[in-house]
Design a protein around this ligand. Structure first.
Ligand SMILES: Nc1nc2c(ncn2[C@@H]2O[C@H](COP(=O)(O)OP(=O)(O)OP(=O)(O)O)[C@@H](O)[C@H]2O)c(=O)[nH]1
Ligand SMILES: [Mg+2]
Length: 299
C-alpha cells in the first residue's frame, strides 16, 4: 500500500562534452539507451531514458554536451541542449572532475541557474579523481549552486547514483506515471539502430573522424510473423576521400563495424533473423547543409 503520493518528473542531464551524461543515463535505466564514446560530442540529439520504481518515475533527457562554437552543427546541438533546460522539471548538472572548469563550464553553469528550475549538481568520475580534484570540483559546484544538493558520483561504476535518485525524487513533483513502468526509452527503432551503428563506427575511428559521419537507415522491414528483420543503412562521410578510412584495408574496418552493430541490434529483436546491409557513402559538406541537418536534428 502506498501512503505517499507518486512522484513523476522530467530531468534534463546537462554538462560539457564527455562529462559522462550518457553513461549515467544508461546506468540509471540499466539499459543501453544512449551511445557513449571517449570522443567529445558523441550525443547529438535529445534522448529519453526512463526510470521507474515504487517512488514513481523520472524521465531523463540526455543532451548533447554543451560546447561553445559557432559552427552550424554545434549551434544545432546547443539548441537541443538549451531547449531541454526549459522543458524540464529539474536539472541534473554533471561536472567532469577531470577537467578544470573554465569559460565554457561557467557559461553552462549560468545557463543552468537561469533556467529557474531545481538543480542537483554532481561531480562525476570520482573513480579516477585525486583528493585535490574532488575537493576542487565540489568547491566549484558549491559556489555555483549554493542552494542545491551537491553530490560526488561515478556513473561508470554506479557509485553515488542511488543518492542522486533520492535527491531527484525528493524534488520531483507529484504525479501519475507518464510511461508504462516497463518503458526505458521513447526512441523509435530506426533511430536506435542508426545510433548503434554510429557508435560502432566512432569506436573504430581515430579522434578527429567521428564528427564527419552520420548514419541513416535507408530501408527497414520487420516481418514479425516470419521473425526476420532487414536493415539497409548508410554510413555517410563528409568527403569522398574519407570513405576508404571507414571501409579500411581490404574492408576490414567495415566488417568489424557490421559485426559489432549486428550483435547489438540483434538484442533489440531477440529470436529474429537479422539481415544487415551497411554501405559507405559521401555527402560532401553535410555539416553545413541545412536539409541534412534538419533530418539529423528532427528528434
Ligand atoms: N572514469 C570514468 N569515466 C567515465 C565516467 N562516466 C563516463 N566516463 C567516460 O567518459 C567518456 C564520455 O562518456 P559519455 O557518457 O559518452 O559522455 P557524454 O557526457 O554523454 O558526452 P557527449 O555526448 O559527447 O556530450 C567515455 O569514455 C566514458 O566511458 C565515470 O564515471 N568514470
Ligand atoms: Mg552523450
Amino acid at each position: 500500500m502506498y501512503n505517499r503520493a507518486m512522484k513523476c518528473g522530467s530531468v534534463a542531464v546537462i554538462g560539457r562534452p564527455s562529462a559522462g551524461k550518457s553513461t549515467l543515463v544508461n546506468t540509471i535505466t540499466g539499459m543501453k539507451v544512449s551511445i557513449t564514446s571517449p570522443t567529445p560530442q558523441t550525443t547529438r540529439n535529445r534522448i529519453r531514458g526512463i526510470y521507474t520504481d515504487q517512488r514513481g518515475q523520472l524521465i531523463f533527457t540526455d543532451t548533447p554536451g554543451f560546447h561553445l562554437s559557432d559552427k552550424e552543427i554545434n549551434r544545432r546541438m546547443q539548441e537541443v541542449t538549451v531547449s531541454s533546460l526549459s522543458e524540464s522539471d529539474m536539472i541534473l548538472y554533471l561536472l567532469d572532475g577531470k577537467r578544470k572548469p573554465g569559460k565554457e563550464e561557467e557559461t553552462i553553469a549560468e545557463l543552468v541557474r537561469k533556467a529557474g528550475v531545481p538543480v542537483v549538481a554532481v561531480l562525476n568520475k570520482t573513480d579516477i579523481l585525486s583528493a585535490e580534484e574532488k575537493e576542487a570540483g565540489l568547491a566549484f559546484l558549491r559556489s555555483e549552486f549554493p542552494s542545491s544538493p551537491v553530490l560526488p558520483a561515478s556513473g561508470k561504476d554506479d557509485e553515488g547514483v542511488d543518492e542522486i535518485l533520492i535527491e531527484l525524487f525528493r524534488i520531483a513533483p507529484e504525479g501519475e506515471l507518464l510511461y508504462d513502468e516497463s518503458a526505458y526509452t521513447d526512441q523509435d527503432l530506426e533511430f536506435r539502430i542508426s545510433e548503434i551503428i554510429r557508435e560502432k563506427t566512432i569506436s573504430s575511428l581515430s579522434e578527429e573522424m567521428p564528427h564527419v559521419i552520420f548514419v541513416e537507415i535507408e530501408d527497414m522491414e520487420y516481418d514479425e510473423a516470419a521473425g526476420h528483420v532487414w536493415i539497409r543503412a548508410s554510413i555517410n562521410t563528409e568527403r569522398e576521400g574519407q570513405k576508404g578510412i571507414i571501409v579500411g584495408r581490404g574492408g576490414e574496418n567495415i566488417r568489424r563495424i557490421r559485426k559489432e552493430s549486428f550483435s547489438e541490434i540483434k538484442r533489440i529483436f531477440p529470436g529474429s533473423k537479422l539481415t544487415l546491409d551497411l554501405r559507405v557513402k559521401s555527402q560532401p559538406g553535410w555539416r553545413k547543409n541545412g536539409r541534412t541537418l534538419d533530418r539529423i536534428f528532427r528528434k
